[in-house]
Structure formats: structure tokens, C-alpha cells
Design a protein around this ligand. Structure first.
Ligand code: NPW
Ligand code: ADP
Ligand code: K
Length: 503
């Protein structure tokens, strides 16, 4: 599913109007019908409703919703803010229709605004501004937003909370943004919905289908997309009847140190549960017995060092290398990692401590093997790029890094972003907060490593791996609950996740 910036949404709107064809007022009617259904499905006619409409088409939507809800018997009060004495044509049309309805208490505000009483029983519908917002709210509009936010009423936002920009909010005035409980967004999600710091504004969000032109969506380019199960399913290669383990690659995992054998065990198990033909784990001597007993399917190659990774190994026989989980950061490991990366030909998944080491040797970032993937969580990314003020800036910096280093980046978290060197971002919808537990990231490294070893192109390996990892987390959450689940449960649920997307 594509995610468009506000500028493209306008074009898509125009494309639909021209090519369906449909009059813009009828498209607004379609949006309002979907919005009214979504709202009336949740709140009954007993709910006192106060609607705040702005001068543009977001306000037009709100006024059309007011008319439709009044027709269904809701008791409504409507405030239309028109300080410039200028409304969009469709907003004007809907104003005239609402004005005529006796059952609606309608107020058009040009200067003085006496705020209505809002109780905890009230439902506020926010239709002040939508995708046409072009600067932070200020003056009278900011005052209305603050009033709504300080009220005890439930708030539903139409399309996007008023005051929130669709993409970048780094320099926005946060106090002047509606804090919605629910956002009913039209057709496609906005990039801003995917950022943690915006949940306080967006609340729960739901998409409403208003049948914007499918051809228009297809033809309109964007750098942002949400992954969907159908795409992942189409990427997974079926196994041939006469397949043998040689067809599924030999992966090398360089992981673990004294006290952190667990990270290597988790990554190795996840790799084996993701279809790899053979797996060798390179580990310090002290972890040999742990690995041999806990993962009989893996081959263990011991480092010359007792407690940490210190001697680079030959990677010629491997189709992919995973490096980082539980590696530690001592000097010997640092030197070994840099040398290992310099001489490696196979694509590498670089995670955890390997990323932290690279943060101290940024020059090495531009010499990573072709097809490599970095899997940082936000803190690890900031060690590589410098501090970021918010998720949007972090995403932009990750895009710059992916471009400069010619690597793919999986920026982890809720809606993990898979970023290509060309600047495309694919957001992952699977996963849940139960995965915020030590070791979850090690599991992801193992899954992506297995896919690279099987010969999946880098972008596909990152997309499939991230999606499956989250899906396994969702299966684990259903079985164990968010609080009780641990990283090993994600591994246990990998087979079910694979079956869900491949059978
Ligand atoms: N997606 C779709 O296909 C469909 C979309 N639809 C709906 O249309 C909505 C978009 O409507 P829109 O383009 O008219 O913009 P909207 O947000 O109402 O505001 C524009 C007005 O605000 C003003 N303005 C801007 N910033 C301001 C500020 N800080 N402070 C003060 N004023 C400010 C700006 O004035 P300007 O600055 O340009 O003079 C202009 O007058 C969309 O969110 C959805 O609800 C559906 O109806 C049908 C299908
Ligand atoms: N709230 C969440 N929603 C979805 N996925 C999450 C959430 N929290 C964590 N995850 C996933 O869990 C993994 C955590 O990785 P990481 O932070 O590296 O953990 P660790 O270092 O403990 O292995 C990532 O893949 C991340 O996307
Ligand atoms: K709004």
C-alpha cells in the first residue's frame, strides 16, 4: 500500500475527479458517507456531538458528516471557522446545506468565538484542517485546538488531526495540534502516523475506503510504502521436489562472546527456522559447548580466542554472513570485525555490536560487501548518523546513510522501515510491543541471514525477513501474551509464520 505526501494526495484527488469521472462535491459526499458510517458504528444517537469545521475541504467533509448524522437523528452543534470570509467551493456548498437544517445548531465564526461546553459524554469531530495544512496552526485556530485538547470530550479527527503535518513535524508547534482518540483517514495512511511521537495526536487510526482511482494510485510515484502480505507471499520461492540442502545456501554467523552466547543461539536458531541449507556459527571457544548442545543442527567453528571474536575467518564458502549479535566491543573484536568486513565478498547482515563498532569507524561503512544490510534500532542508528530530534529526522538520516554507503537499512521498531540505497522506504505492519524484549533483534538477524544465504536479493530478504519476524511475533503474542512472551517464543512461532505466508 502506497503512502503519499500531501502534495500527491491533491493530485490523486484531481486524477480521480477527472478520470472516474466524478464531481468533486460527489467525492466529498463519498468521503462523508464513509466517515459517517465509521463514526455512527461506534457512537449512538444518544451521544451529543460537536463538530468543528475549517474553511477548506476538510471542513467541507465535516459539514457533510454533520448533515448525514443529523439525518440519522444525532443531536449536533456545528462551528464553522471562516476568519477570512472565504471557503473552498465544496465547503461553501455543504455549509449552505447544513444551514438549512433546523435540527442542527449551526454557528459560523469569523471573529468572536464563545466555546461550547464539552463534557466527557461529548464527541468532538475535528474537521478544521486536513492534508491542506501548510504551516503550524496559530492565533484563533490554535486557541480552538487548545480548547478541544483541554476538554474531557472524545475526539475523532477527519483524515488527520488538525495541525499535524502529513510528513515532517520536527518544527511544528506541538501544543497546537489536535489530540485525537481516533483518526479516520481517507484511503491511504499518512507517513506521520507511523512515527512513535505522533501517537499522542493520531490515537488509534483506521483507513476508510473512498475509492480513489486505482490507476491514479498505481501511476503516482512515491518513496513510501506499507508492506502487505500478498507482496511477501509473491516473493517467497517454492521448494522444488528434488531440492537438496545445497540449494538453500550455507550461512555463516559470527556472534557471541563470553556471557552473551544467548544472542548467537537465538540468531542461529532463527536462521535454521528460516529455511537455510546449512549454518556455521563462528564463536569464541568458551561458547562451543553451549552452541553444540543447544543447536545440534548448526556447525560450530571456534575462534582462536577463548572469550571473544578475535580472528577473522575465511568466508569464501558462504553465500551470506551475519555478524554482530552478542559480539562485544573489545579492541580485538573491533580489529577482527573491520578486517572481516574488508575481505568478505558475500552480503553481510550487520547488527548490534558490529554496528556499534562501525559507528567508531565510519569510513568502513562505505566498504561493506555489495548487498549488505544494516539492522539498527533507533539508538544504534543514531550512533552511526548522530542524534536526531524525532522519527522523521531519523528516517531521513537513515536514507542518507543507505545512499552514501550503498546498503539497505532495516530501521527497527514499530513499523520497522526497510530503506533502500535509492531512498525507497517500505514500512512493516507486523509485530507488536511484546517484541520489545531482549533478543528479538537477534532473531531478526538470523531470519534475514537465512534469506540472503538462500539467494534472495537484498531488498527481498530485508522485506520478507522483517515481515515474517513481526508475524512470528504476532503469533507468539496470541499464544503467550505481550507481557509473558520472550524472544525464543518468536523463534518457536517462525514455522507458523512461514506457513501463513507460503501455504
Ligand atoms: N484525499 C482525497 O482525495 C479527498 C480529500 N478530502 C478532504 O479534503 C481535505 C483537504 O482539503 P484542502 O486541500 O482543501 O485542505 P484543508 O486541510 O481543508 O485546508 C486548506 C485550507 O486551510 C488553509 N490553511 C492551511 N494551513 C493553515 C494554517 N496553518 N492556518 C490557517 N489556515 C491554513 C488554506 O489556506 P491557504 O493558506 O492556502 O490560503 C486553505 O484555505 C482532506 O484532508 C480531506 O479531508 C475529501 O473531501 C475528498 C477526497
Ligand atoms: N512495539 C513494537 N512493535 C513492533 N515491533 C517491535 C516493537 N518493539 C520491538 N519490536 C521489534 O523487535 C525487535 C527488537 O530489536 P532490538 O531492539 O535490536 O532488540 P535486541 O537488541 O534486544 O535484540 C525489532 O525487530 C523491532 O522491530
Ligand atoms: K482534521
Amino acid at each position: 500500500m502506497k503512502i503519499f505526501p500531501s502534495s500527491s494526495i491533491k493530485k490523486l484527488d484531481a486524477y480521480t475527479i477527472e478520470n472516474e469521472p466524478i464531481a468533486s462535491i460527489d467525492l466529498m459526499e463519498r468521503a462523508a458517507t464513509a466517515l459517517t458510517k465509521a463514526i455512527t458504528d461506534r457512537w449512538n444517537t444518544e451521544t451529543p456531538v460537536t463538530i468543528f469545521a475549517g474553511p477548506g475541504n476538510n471542513g467541507g467533509d465535516a459539514l457533510a458528516v454533520a448533515r448525514m448524522m443529523a439525518e440519522k437523528g444525532y443531536k449536533l452543534e456545528v462551528y464553522l471557522f471562516n476568519p477570512k470570509g472565504e471557503l473552498s467551493p465544496d465547503c461553501q456548498t455543504n455549509k449552505e446545506l447544513v444551514e438549512m437544517m433546523e435540527e442542527v445548531a449551526f454557528h459560523e465564526i469569523s471573529t468572536q468565538f464563545v466555546p461550547p461546553v464539552l463534557t466527557p459524554d461529548h464527541l468532538v469531530i475535528d474537521g478544521l484542517f486536513g492534508s491542506g495544512l501548510n504551516k503550524p496552526l496559530s492565533g484563533g485556530f490554535a486557541a480552538v485546538v487548545k480548547y478541544i485538547n483541554s476538554s474531557p470530550a472524545m475526539v475523532v479527527a477527519i483524515d488527520i488531526p488538525s495541525g499535524l503535518m502529513g510528513e515532517e513535524n520536527t518544527f511544528n508547534v506541538k501544543t497546537n495540534i489536535i489530540r485525537a482518540d481516533v483518526t479516520f483517514s481517507l484511503q491511504l495512511p499518512k507517513l506521520a502516523f507511523l512515527f512513535a511521537e505522533n501517537t499522542e495526536f493520531v490515537g488509534e487510526w483506521e483507513l476508510l475506503d473512498i475509492q480513489l482511482s486505482e490507476d491514479g494510485i498505481e501511476e503516482t510515484e512515491t518513496n513510501y510504502e506499507m508492506l502487505e502480505i500478498e507482496e511477501i507471499r509473491s516473493l517467497i520461492k517454492p521448494r522444488k521436489q528434488f531440492a537438496h540442502k545445497g540449494n538453500f545456501g550455507h550461512a555463516l554467523l559470527i556472534a557471541g562472546s563470553k556471557g552473551m552466547a544467548g544472542a548467537s543461539v537465538l540468531a542461529a536458531r532463527a536462521c535454521l527456522r528460516s529455511g537455510v541449507g546449512l549454518l556455521t556459527v563462528h564463536a569464541p571457544m568458551c561458547n562451543n559447548d553451549i552452541l553444540q548442545t543447544s543447536i545440534p543442527e548448526a556447525i560450530v567453528e571456534t575462534d582462536a580466542n577463548e572469550t571473544c571474536f578475535a580472528v577473522p575467518t575465511d568466508t569464501d564458502d558462504y553465500q551470506a554472513v551475519g555478524i554482530g549479535p552478542g559480539l562485544g566491543r573489545n579492541e580485538e573484536t573491533e580489529a577482527a570485525l573491520l578486517e572481516q568486513l574488508e575481505h568478505c565478498q558475500a552480503p553481510v547482515v550487520v547488527d548490534a555490536d558490529a554496528l556499534n563498532i562501525l559507528a567508531n569507524h565510519r569510513h568502513a561503512l562505505t566498504h561493506l560487501p555489495k548487498g549488505s544490510i544494516l539492522t539498527p534500532h533507533p539508538k544504534e542508528l543514531e550512533r552511526l548518523t548522530g542524534k536526531c530530534q524525532d522519527s522523521y529526522e531519523r528516517l531521513m538520516k537513515a536514507c542518507e546513510l543507505a545512499h552514501a554507503a550503498h546498503v539497505h537499512i532495516v530501521l527497527k521498531g514499530a513499523y520497522s522501515a526497510i530503506i533502500t540505497p535509492e531512498g525507497k522506504c517500505f514500512f512493516n505492519p507486523t509485530g507488536n510491543p511484546g517484541m520489545a524484549t531482549g533478543g528479538s533483534g537477534d532473531v531478526l538477524t538470523g531470519v534475514i541471514l537465512a534469506l540472503l544465504a538462500q539467494g534472495y536479493p537484498t531488498e527481498e530478504a530485508a522485506k520478507i525477513g522483517t515481515y515474517i519476524h513481526g508475524l512470528a511475533g504476532d503469533v507468539a503474542q496470541k499464544k503467550q501474551g505481550m507481557i509473558g512472551m520472550i524472544a525464543s517464543d518468536i523463534i518457536t512461532c517462525l514455522p507458523t509464520a512461514w506457513r501463513l505466508v507460503s501455504e
